[in-house]
Ligand binder design. Structure first.
Ligand SMILES: N[C@@H](CCC(=O)N[C@@H](CS)C(=O)NCC(=O)O)C(=O)O
Length: 214
């Protein structure tokens, strides 16, 4: 069977999450870089398959899927050797799900801080406060805990840590998640949990350097 195809871009944070999780669970993706392939996600053909026109988008054996978190849930459920990253037990899984919904909101808050820099939008002074409020929540979620959802690292830890990495695009915002004591201890724990995470961060930082040189 053909490997799952990921339509994406190397610097897109949600695409990075999909590549990271696929790497951790050992799924080989065929990665199609939109920039090089000339594929237009808004062409009638692509919109028929992926109505949402966003990347990452996954094509797997006739299935088309947008939304990074849905994609990684699917990849783990279908291909991972065990369910530790996304437990089958509903009482464990619901905690991961809750954190992933929280992560979607936190990611959007962080994106609102980055948008003026990348899309020339007007700055909203309250956007920084909203991220810091999200970080306060994250810090409380980690109180007395090693991991975000349960007693093992899960998809939730990878998704939230990946969202926080978006702050590296906007160091001038002054937002520093490691000012929060629980986040300060948790973040290096996630980062050193798997060589693929170290690789993912390295790629991000090299990409940021290239962007700064342009
Ligand atoms: N919530 C979505 C966000 C996806 C998203 O906004 N992707 C951006 C690139 S990072 C995109 O495709 N933008 C182009 C568009 O919206 O048409 C996810 O996690 O996959």
């Amino acid at each position: 069977m053909a490997p799952p195809t990921l339509y994406g871009h190397p610097m897109s944070p949600p695409c990075r999450l999909v590549r990271l999780v696929a790497g951790i669970i050992g799924v080989d993706l065929k990665v199609v870089d939109l920039k090089d392939s000339g594929i237009d996600m808004k062409s009638p053909d692509m919109l028929k398959k992926i109505p949402q026109h966003t990347i990452p988008a996954l094509e797997d054996d006739g299935l088309y899927l947008a939304e990074s978190r849905a994609i990684v849930m699917y990849l783990i459920s279908k291909y991972a050797k065990d369910d530790s990253l996304y437990p089958k037990d509903v009482n464990k899984r619901v905690l991961v799900d809750q954190r992933l919904f929280f992560d979607q909101d936190l990611y959007n808050r962080i994106l609102n801080v980055a948008r003026p820099k990348f899309y020339g939008e007007q700055k909203d002074p309250s956007s920084i406060d909203k991220v810091n409020d999200g970080l306060d929540t994250l810090n409380r979620m980690l109180d007395g805990k090693q991991w975000l959802a349960g007693d093992k690292i899960t998809l939730a830890d990878y998704a939230v840590a990946n969202s926080l990495s978006v702050l590296e695009f906007v160091p001038e915002s002054g937002i520093d998640p490691t000012k929060q004591p629980n986040i300060k201890e948790w973040l290096p724990r996630v980062e050193s949990s798997h060589p693929k995470y170290v690789e993912s961060l390295k790629e991000l930082r090299e990409g940021l350097k290239k962007m700064a040189q342009k």
